[in-house]
Design a protein around this ligand. Sequence first.
Ligand code: SF4
Length: 273
Amino acid sequence: MRWTERQAAMLAEMGIRVVASPDEEALEPVAVMAPEAVLHGSTPVTARSASPDPHPANVQPVAAAAPLVLRDRAPGIETMDWPALRDTVAGCTACKLCEGRTQTVFGIGHPRAHWMVVGEAPGEQEDRLGEPFVGKSGQLLDNMLRAIGLSRDESGAEGEAARQVYIANTVKCRPPFNRNPEPAELAQCEPFLVRQIQLVQPRIILAMGRFAVQSLLRSTEPIGRLRGRVHRYEGVPLVVTYHPAYLLRNPEDKARAWDDLCLAREAMAAEPG
Ligand code: SF4
């Protein structure tokens, strides 16, 4: 497959430079050059085995399992429709993250998108605007999605679902000073994400960052050991990749993130129906 000019431009926006390959048929290893990642050749390179994470400090194991004390949740989350779920999240005070938020950050995108992106927790700009993945990391995510022909359009046109994403975070309120969400906060907020996934019924899930991975896969493994293969969440193929905010700090891993996108695209294409 050759890169189109548009794809090459998108990859360039993502910080990945496509260079000519001496052999168009050959799959070449991804070469990484700081500060830009470089893809050799015109064929996407897909990772089939997990590679060690070069930044183990970025992915910490889940905290030792102390008993979680959870507050009462809103009843009936598991049967709510979109409006009820959105209203319930907006009024939720089930964990202490409600105390510092400007507003909840529910999610955005096509309500029946074939692709679902699950991130971590809202940051300062998300908290202010009420939308996940805004600012520089949002721009990078949008560029990554556009590179494979996807967008986050909320119009909901039925025929567009295959090219749309729904984006949600693991917790819906910003942790103060952008600290990591605590295990009790993740657990308290989890039913909202579970219901969002049930309503979207995605055909592929991209789990971005360790908190998304911890929630969806119940795994303490570093991202570097989980990416590069297809997992399952309630039967839905799930691919693990780096969070865009991490990629902004570590641009040498953008080529790995591109591998993950290609793997997700292949996994979805392999699904029946
Ligand atoms: S983070 Fe989730 S559980 Fe906690 S207050 Fe916000 S919406 Fe409710």
